[in-house]
Design a protein around this ligand. Structure first.
Ligand SMILES: [Fe+2]
Ligand SMILES: [Fe+2]
Length: 259
């Protein structure tokens, strides 16, 4: 059973590169299901109805979120049946909608969004309390966790604490892919999957605007980068016992003549 997990999709260029490259990766790896972090998909922050429809139409099965879950008002009017995972331990109206169950043959996957408590805003309670609740709520499932957090130490601690009970802990939020993808006791792990968004940018944000803010302390709005995009993800293979057997990083940069 193969899962393709895609890192934070940032703005229109991120959505576009996903729509463009997903069919290729799906057929190359014979992917069974696709999960993507969509917290930055609508102009860099949050989701709209149009954007959710676009992401699902491009071949994504489940969309996970993060600190930007509620940035667009549209989110409050979205159909509750949509396959969206809101961070369960972050303050917000939909924190009870943290898990989406996907049945694949005899296997029931529970895909959940858990939120880091270190260097993050609007933390409601500990990610460890959250995970204990998820395990109680979904006792017979293979657990895929999007751990949305800043601190690599917290992500590693979370994975080692739960590695025997969950099938994957995949970090999101920093937008920079880490090289530590590996399997620990049958649990796939990476500190951060990375992003799909403009390559010449600051974490997917327009370079000039980000420099104005960081270097010159100017007031700015969020403008996603429009430069050719990077595609970041991980491919994970699970055995019949729902344990991960391999994880492979995907990090596809735009060719140099396009940058
Ligand atoms: Fe993000
Ligand atoms: Fe985030």
């Amino acid at each position: 059973m193969k899962l393709l997990f895609i890192g934070d999709i940032v703005g229109a260029v991120g959505r576009h590169i996903v729509a463009q490259r997903l069919p290729y990766y799906k057929s190359l790896y014979e992917v069974d299901f696709v999960v993507a972090n969509g917290e930055n998909a609508a102009h860099g922050k949050g989701l709209t109805k149009k954007v959710v429809n676009q992401l699902l139409a491009s071949g994504i099965d489940v969309i996970t979120l993060g600190n930007h879950s509620y940035s667009k008002k549209d989110v409050y009017d979205l159909d509750t049946a949509l396959p969206l995972c809101f961070p369960g331990n972050m303050v917000g109206r939909f924190q009870d909608r943290h898990t989406v169950v996907l049945e694949k043959g005899d296997i029931k996957f529970a895909i959940s969004s858990v939120y880091g408590a270190v260097f993050m805003d609007n933390v409601d309670f500990s990610p460890f309390i959250m995970m204990d609740r998820i395990l109680k709520q979904y006792p017979d499932h293979a657990h895929i966790i999007d751990f949305h957090g800043e601190a690599t130490a917290e992500k590693q601690a979370f994975m080692h604490y739960y590695k025997d009970q969950v099938s994957a802990v995949l970090g999101t939020h920093t937008h920079v892919q880490t090289v530590d993808a590996d399997i620990f006791n049958g649990c796939a792990y990476i500190s951060d999957v990375g992003m799909c968004g403009g390559y010449i940018s600051i974490l997917g944000r327009d370079l000039e605007e980000a420099l104005d803010m960081i270097v010159h302390q100017k007031q700015t709005h969020y403008k996603p980068a429009s430069s050719p995009a990077l595609f970041s993800g991980v491919m994970i293979d699970f055995d019949e016992n729902m344990r991960a057997v391999s994880i492979e990083r995907i990090y596809e940069k735009p060719s140099e003549n396009l940058r």
